[in-house]
Design a protein around this ligand. Sequence first.
Ligand SMILES: [Zn+2]
Length: 238
Amino acid sequence: MKDNDKEFNVKPATHIYKIYSTGKIEKCHREGAIKGKYHYIDNTNKNHFLGKFYYKYITNKYKFNRKYGLTKKINLVDLNNIKNYSNGSISFGFTMDSPRHYVNEFTLASLFGAMLECGFDDFVCNGFSKADGSSSPSVSHKNGYHGDFKYLRKDKVIKTGAGTSLDISIEPKKFDFTRQNKFINALNKFGWTNFLGWTYTLNKTVYYLDHISKNTKNHNHHLHIEKYNHDFISIKNK
Ligand SMILES: [Zn+2]
């Protein structure tokens, strides 16, 4: 067997993602890869292996829309396979609370970067996309690019199921806006450029979250992240 065969034909190809704490992400691309390995490089240059995830390879039904990717085929990853990570001061905890549990291979790297920048244990996701890249009843969650998250709570209690998302228009005192702003800014640092949410009112003063300048209907109980920068990840072909 030639070395080439060993490298390219026998072993299924893998994409390698390197997510740097500085806010840079590199993808080492291999044609026909069926899985991705995700690494986080912290500010001491230490490598943290976050996992190897098999892809769901699907047809891009929305390829004429720049928002959702321009390639004919795309790779999704099942967020139910994500494992919490903790090693020294580098950690995150993630809980999935939706049947829309597929994220894009690119946005997964960005989500890891944002969650590890914050280091919180109580991220709860209200959904990205379904297994075929669709998202009904939501109109914009296509191909795993846009996602919803429960607002972060001061008591850090993880709640799942219908009606468990904190409504910050009703219970602003339970809302941890300091941590929420940190998460929004981290998501922005790692590629998302627009956020929909709600204001919160304490002692008759209205406060705005970072990057959210207005109330958007039905976003008093979750943060919506969108308009992912498709040029954010630098891709190297190998
Ligand atoms: Zn949404």
